[in-house]
Design a protein around this ligand. Structure first.
Ligand code: 5GP
Ligand code: MN
Length: 314
């Protein structure tokens, strides 16, 4: 399965590794782990992420080559990891296309195989699980830098082993990572217990907008630009709010709408069981997984809410 990648890596000297905007633990952990692995093989690699590393992932060892601007030079290949679609790389995706052949490594059901080579495994708990498989196929020795990135990616992308994407490999790989110096309580403290006060002010304001529909099976709340301004919070402070809503008894779909423009909202959706929010997101041009998906919708907060309540027909 990884033979083609082996050939490309063997031939090339310099690679780019990139992932999506608003990077989450899987985007960052997968990209960093792959970059460290390429270095182990004696290859050069630049990691390009449009957005900065969110505070909760700042503890992760990162490659020195991390940049937030697309380098001018071409590459032997570009690894796009955890990108459900190519536009999610950010507004630079057009420029990237000309910089080298794209190797698309992902686990999203809705991935449209945009690469010249596509390694898509929607049964994988995370992209990091696929990266781990690649490292094994290459016989790359594991070390702490790689292990802590892979561990954190799997931990966060399985919602701490709670989502139905959690499979036995997720546990087996994470267990193996503890043998390379990863301490679960240390990672948990960094990722889940290091939030600044802004997050809680933002949560207060967002919860004030909370409403439930369809017999309390749909919970929805939103965060406006004004709330971001009032609290001093930003997008990274709101990560995971949607999971919090899902904790309500009886809720089957949880939605958080975050204002990203004059009349534009970024939608995060989560569902329980068989309810497919990826198909809801697809209707608005987005995508994701059955139980975790997202999209962008144009309109005022009220209009967006109305569209979503109708689209989520419970
Ligand atoms: P989140 O709510 O955490 O931002 O995203 C949940 C899931 O949906 C992630 O797997 C993410 O990649 C995917 N997702 C979020 N927004 C979009 C989007 O606009 N387009 C696509 N294709 N996937 C998205
Ligand atoms: Mn992922």
């Amino acid at each position: 399965m990884f033979q083609r990648i082996k050939e490309i890596v063997a031939k090339g000297k310099e690679f780019m590794v990139t992932s999506h905007i608003d990077p989450d633990g899987d985007a960052i952990g997968s990209a960093f782990a792959l970059s460290f692995a390429l270095k182990t093989l004696g290859k050069k690699s630049v990691v390009y992420l449009k957005d900065k590393v969110p505070y909760r992932y700042e503890f992760l060892p990162r490659p020195e080559s991390l940049v937030h601007e697309i380098p001018a030079k071409p590459f032997d290949a570009i690894f796009a990891v955890d990108c459900g679609d190519f536009f999610r790389i950010g507004d630079g995706y057009e420029k990237l296309k000309d910089k080298g052949p794209i190797i698309n490594i992902d686990h999203h059901d809705t991935n449209e195989a945009f690469g010249f080579l596509n390694i898509i495994d929607e049964r994988a708990s995370s992209t990091a699980e696929i990266i781990y498989g690649i490292l094994k196929a290459f016989d790359i020795p594991m070390d702490f830098e790689i292990a802590v990135n892979i561990y954190t990616a799997i931990l966060t992308d399985t919602g701490s082993f709670r989502y139905n994407s959690t499979n036995s490999k997720a546990f087996i790989i994470c267990e193996e990572m503890t043998h390379f110096g990863v301490t679960p309580s240390y990672v948990a403290e960094k990722v889940y217990e290091s939030h600044p006060k802004e997050r809680f002010l933002l949560l207060c304001g967002a919860l004030a907008t909370l409403e439930t529909y369809h017999d309390n099976r749909l919970a929805i709340m939103y965060i406006t630009d004004e709330l971001f301004r009032q609290t001093g919070g930003s997008r990274e402070h709101a990560e995971g709010f949607v999971e919090f809503l899902k904790e309500m008894r009886g809720v089957e779909v949880a939605i958080v709408a975050r204002q990203i423009g004059e009349s534009r909202y970024k939608i995060s959706m989560r569902s329980k069981g068989n309810i497919d929010v990826a198909s809801v997101a697809s209707r608005f041009g987005g995508g994701g997984h059955k139980n975790a998906a997202g999209c962008t919708i144009e309109g005022s907060a009220d209009q967006v809410k109305k569209m979503l309540i109708e689209a989520v027909a419970l």
